[in-house]
Design a protein around this ligand. Structure first.
Ligand SMILES: *[C@@H]1O[C@H](CO)[C@@H](O)[C@H](O)[C@H]1NC(C)=O
Ligand SMILES: *[C@@H]1O[C@H](CO)[C@@H](O)[C@H](O)[C@H]1NC(C)=O
Ligand SMILES: *[C@@H]1O[C@H](CO)[C@@H](O)[C@H](O)[C@H]1NC(C)=O
Ligand SMILES: *[C@@H]1O[C@H](CO)[C@@H](O)[C@H](O)[C@H]1NC(C)=O
Ligand SMILES: *[C@@H]1O[C@H](CO)[C@@H](O)[C@H](O)[C@H]1NC(C)=O
Ligand SMILES: *[C@@H]1O[C@H](CO)[C@@H](O)[C@H](O)[C@H]1NC(C)=O
Ligand SMILES: *[C@@H]1O[C@H](CO)[C@@H](O)[C@H](O)[C@H]1NC(C)=O
Ligand SMILES: *[C@@H]1O[C@H](CO)[C@@H](O)[C@H](O)[C@H]1NC(C)=O
Ligand SMILES: *[C@@H]1O[C@H](CO)[C@@H](O)[C@H](O)[C@H]1NC(C)=O
Ligand SMILES: *[C@@H]1O[C@H](CO)[C@@H](O)[C@H](O)[C@H]1NC(C)=O
Ligand SMILES: *[C@@H]1O[C@H](CO)[C@@H](O)[C@H](O)[C@H]1NC(C)=O
Ligand SMILES: *[C@@H]1O[C@H](CO)[C@@H](O)[C@H](O)[C@H]1NC(C)=O
Length: 849
């Protein structure tokens, strides 16, 4: 009831906005001309806001256009400037102070969505890992002179920023971001698409903006630590852990720390991810007027166990413990801190004086071996002062119970950067999001790779991501051959043993990675790259096969930690995606001449397909079962991958597509029939992207209806472009059924896994696909009827130049035109007819509908 009502409201709203008067689709535009992506800038350039407003509070009504001469004046009555960059941008924030009448403090706040500016922490902090950005989305600048002031940290992605004057005296300034990624208008990218329904062009454009912010050049995320001859200087940020101590236990750690401002912090008994016992020391005073003394009381030892001192949506932490310091710590003074892990708890001392004892009982209940260490007395250590703090660390010593020195590091050599995972990113890579986590996830890469191929065409990011995943491959044990699932940004594969518990734990991400490899090769024809990595690729494919049950052929739960992301073990989705990966792998094997693997993988794919049909097809319900254990449940991923792998025949595909509406929830579809329908159920653009391809494919090959595909485009993806308060110009991680971001402020609104329509509109609606590697041969099979379009046009980058294509409906005919590089040949396919097309000039065919 609730959902249906909501939906009716939304549909009315969208229709009202969508077809207002046929002009460019920009629902929040002031005069119809606002184009959020128009201001093209390259990495290294300064990006100015597009619009701004000045007032007592942040406002979404940023009505004034920013020009080259804009100077903002803030004073005691107009304290806040709201800056709107128009769409997702990544960079190092700067303020240019034009004039000031006394020392000033400015609080800068960032958000992908507007409501973040109304939250004290913006849309942060990012507590899951140190992603070589500012952990915090609120930072304070101390302004003493005119001129340019830059933040120390990158802010990985935002559309919105506020600048709040915390002091009384007026100040005038301008502001912007020094870009760490290109910020090009979608129209300037190599891959383009437009159509008679401007909504579809807006949805296509999400992908190009997303991969511009979420893919970064080598070194574009600079180190967040500064190595000096007096130790490392670490400004307020999430702790980063040493990889050396991951297996240490029952040790005493001691180190020297000197506060530059506000306090210092460290972690012990942690996983390599920042999950463990966390200690923050505060000084009497802080330079910042906006320091929250509830979170950071003065003169205290504050401790917690888990991710952070503050709750962040899905990363909850217990209430913090605060112990007053009997003797204050003061800035610019070196202190020795020691923590001994005893048989009953942690003994903490400062310059030899006991500071606190924390009993193991207080921690036992909070262990989380998935991210942290398995016991309270084992695990590594890390350093990272809290928000607004800044401190040095040196002379770190770790001593075993028997007196053996396990670790001794002056922290004065740049080697510490790799050891603590805070190197400038060593590879050009695509991350899972612009602002947050910033891990190189290989599952997401199944989408990311194709989005890049159809938008920026930055192949260096694809090769860099693939190389990094392969470098992080498992080299022993039951996961041998598996590629690194989520390798971090700031270190090299020499660190992989320390991360290994996490690196191979979503088994079907191996398959999704192989799909991306196939797509990379098919689009580029880059056989040299595939050959250079062939032994590792083969090992990854063969490694994954060890998870298949020798009797049933289905993907089962092995005796190692991990799960299938797309569905349960012995299930349709996990097994079907493996079939699709094996088909791709066999075609790669054929290209490199590995005949044995072609035969093996083709045969295995065939036997899994047969097994899925005999063990998992449910003829009564007309859909593949979720798994052998859940015969009457079904999922989007199983429907998507059984169709894509050709496991489902025409009848089965048609039956399954009829089932999709049963998973309808609010603006989209929930992942499976096992998922409850609530107002906070997360709808996944990732899974629905896989589904959308299957819907297009089945329509093309079997003539199945497009109703659910239209729901996905017109209602689900529309939510990412029609709501000004959430709009980032990029694709999202999750939504709620009502169309708002699905992890509240934490949601990544620049997540490549949410951008499938970018490649699907190009491949299926414009209809261009390679029929030989590198598009030396290609086909154009457009989707002319069924989406309510009258024309579409676009450009697909290929190694020998762009393919430009368009189609128009004229009366009862369609005119289909394409021009492709001279060296290529192709064909237009329509209504059972095929028209051969040679490259080098435009060809049009006129066909009756
Ligand atoms: C938008 O881009 C077009 C094409 O590059 C340019 O001609 C136009 O001046 C730009 N408009 C604005 C407002 O920057
Ligand atoms: C923004 O402007 C609109 C129309 O001018 C007004 O209805 C709305 O209340 C304003 N919103 C805010 C947050 O100021
Ligand atoms: C404060 O700034 C606002 C906006 O810039 C301006 O309109 C107002 O006159 C200023 N007030 C004072 C007292 O300077
Ligand atoms: C901030 O500026 C004031 C001068 O107003 C100065 O006394 C103080 O040391 C500065 N603090 C920092 C952290 O730069
Ligand atoms: C300070 O932090 C507390 C605890 O998180 C929070 O409830 C409060 O709203 C914060 N105050 C401000 C002014 O941000
Ligand atoms: C986080 O939220 C939980 C549940 O509401 C609460 O018990 C806990 O105290 C919160 N932690 C912090 C640090 O505020
Ligand atoms: C470490 O200490 C714990 C708790 O006292 C004890 O159970 C464990 O055996 C010790 N481990 C080693 C390797 O000494
Ligand atoms: C002392 O303890 C460490 C760590 O547990 C161990 O590696 C080392 O072999 C021990 N040394 C002696 C002499 O027992
Ligand atoms: C830690 O111990 C585990 C299990 O013995 C081992 O597999 C892993 O390689 C070790 N990690 C490091 C960083 O030494
Ligand atoms: C499709 O598969 C189903 C289930 O195996 C089978 O009953 C049906 O005959 C097949 N249809 C076609 C057209 O092959
Ligand atoms: C779905 O809701 C039911 C009833 O509230 C609950 O028992 C079950 O655990 C929920 N399932 C999931 C997957 O959340
Ligand atoms: C439609 O196409 C047919 C040939 O396919 C052609 O004879 C006819 O003139 C076309 N009509 C229009 C309106 O273009």
């Amino acid at each position: 009831m609730h959902t249906a009502h909501l939906l009716a409201t939304l549909v009315t709203l969208y229709l009202g906005i969508l077809y207002a008067d046929g002009r460019a689709f920009s629902p929040w535009s002031r005069d119809g001309s606002f184009n959020p992506g128009n201001a093209s800038k390259y990495k290294g350039d300064d990006l100015a806001p597009v619009y701004y407003a000045v007032g007592p509070e942040p406002t979404i009504n940023t009505t004034v256009a920013w020009t080259a001469s804009t100077i903002i004046s803030l004073n005691a009555s107009s304290t806040v400037a709201t800056l709107d960059y128009g769409s997702e941008a990544a960079g190092i924030p700067f303020i240019y102070v034009q004039s000031l009448s006394g020392p000033a403090q400015l609080e800068l706040r960032y958000g992908e969505q507007f409501p973040a500016l109304q939250n004290p922490n913006g849309d942060g902090p990012w507590t899951f890992i140190n992603g070589l950005t500012n952990t915090f989305r609120t930072e304070t600048l101390n302004i003493t002179t005119t001129g340019r002031v830059e933040s120390f940290f990158v802010q990985g992605g935002q559309r919105w920023q506020s600048v709040r004057l915390l002091t009384e005296a007026p100040i005038s300034l301008s502001a912007g971001l020094r870009l760490t990624s290109d910020h090009l208008a979608p129209a300037q990218l190599s891959g383009r698409f437009s159509a008679s329904n401007p909504l579809y062009e807006e949805i296509f454009d999400l992908g190009g903006r997303t991969v511009q912010a979420a893919c970064i050049d080598r070194g574009a995320a600079p180190s967040v630590w500064e190595v000096t001859s007096d130790g490392v200087r670490v400004r307020g940020q999430q702790t980063s852990q040493s990889i050396v101590g991951i297996n240490f236990s029952n040790y005493t750690i001691s180190f020297m720390t000197k506060v530059i401002q506000s306090g210092t912090a460290f972690r012990v008994a942690s996983g390599v991810f920042p999950y463990g016992a966390y200690f923050v020391l505060t000084t009497q005073s802080t330079p910042y007027l906006d320091t929250n003394r509830t979170v950071l009381p003065a003169n205290s030892l504050i401790w917690n166990y888990g991710w952070s001192m503050v709750n962040q949506s899905t990363l909850a932490v217990p209430a913090v413990h605060v112990l007053p310091l009997k003797t204050p710590i003061v800035p610019d003074t070196w202190y020795n801190i020691a923590l001994e892990i005893t048989s009953t708890g942690y003994n903490i001392s400062l310059d030899g004086r006991s500071l606190a004892f924390i009993s193991s009982e207080e921690i036992l209940a909070l262990l989380n071996p998935l991210w942290g260490s398995p016991t309270w007395y084992s695990g590594t250590w890390g350093f990272g002062p809290f928000q607004g703090q800044d401190a040095f660390f040196k002379d770190v010593k770790v001593i075993a119970k028997n007196g053996t020195v396990l670790y001794n590091n002056s922290m004065m050599s740049s080697d510490v950067l790799a050891e603590y995972s805070v190197l400038p990113n060593p590879n050009p890579v695509c991350m899972d999001g612009a602002k947050r986590d910033r891990l190189v996830w290989v599952g997401d890469f199944a989408h990311t790779c194709r989005v890049v191929l159809h938008s920026t065409n930055r192949l260096d990011y694809l090769r860099g991501s693939i190389s990094q995943a392969l470098a992080w491959a498992s080299d022993h044990g039951p996961t041998a051959g598996f590629v690194g699932m989520d390798s971090p940004l700031g270190t090299t594969a020499l660190s992989k043993a320390a991360y290994s518990d996490h690196l191979y734990s979503l088994f079907d991400y191996q398959d999704l990675f192989i799909l991306a490899l196939g797509d990379y090769y098919w689009a580029t024809g880059d056989l040299a790259f595939i050959k250079a990595h062939w032994s590792q690729i083969g090992a990854a494919v063969d490694g994954r096969l060890t998870l298949n049950n020798p009797t049933t052929s289905l993907s089962e739960t092995p005796d190692i930690q991990g799960i299938y992301f797309l569905g349960p073990a012995n299930g349709s989705a996990a097994s079907a995606v493996n079939v699709l990966a094996l088909q791709r792998a066999a075609s790669l094997a054929s290209a490199v001449g590995d005949v044995a693997s072609v035969h093996k993988w083709t045969a295995v794919a065939q036997s899994i397909s047969t097994a899925i049909n005999s063990l998992l097809w449910n003829p009564e319900s007309g859909v593949y079962s979720l798994s052998t254990a859940y015969p009457d449940d079904f999922s989007l991923a199983a429907i998507a991958f059984t169709i894509r792998a050709g496991i489902a025949n025409a009848t089965q595909a048609a039956a399954m597509i009829q089932k999709v509406p049963q998973l309808r929830l609010g603006i989209g579809f929930k992942d499976s029939s096992m998922v409850n329908s609530t107002a906070t159920t997360q709808l996944s653009p990732n899974t629905q992207g896989f589904l959308l391809e299957a819907l297009f494919l089945a329509h093309r090959d079997f003539g199945t209806p497009l109703d659910s595909a239209r729901v996905l485009l017109d209602t689900f993806w529309a939510a990412m472009v029609t709501q000004n308060q959430y709009y980032s110009g990029a694709s999202w991680e999750y939504t709620y059924p009502d169309g708002s971001p699905g992890i509240d402020l934490f949601t990544s609104l620049s997540d490549p896994w949410g951008a499938a329509p970018t490649y699907l509109l190009s491949e299926y609606v414009l209809g261009i696909s390679a029929t030989k590697p590198g598009y030396t041969s290609w086909s154009m099979q457009p989707l002319v009827e069924g989406l309510g379009l009258t024309h579409a046009s676009g450009t697909v980058p290929t190694p020998s130049g762009p393919i430009e294509a368009n189609w128009h409906i004229v009366g009862n005919n369609a005119t289909i035109c394409v021009s492709a590089p001279k060296v290529s040949r192709g064909q237009i396919v329509f209504g059972g007819q095929k028209f051969a097309v040679s490259g080098g000039q435009q060809h049009c065919v006129n066909v009756a509908l």
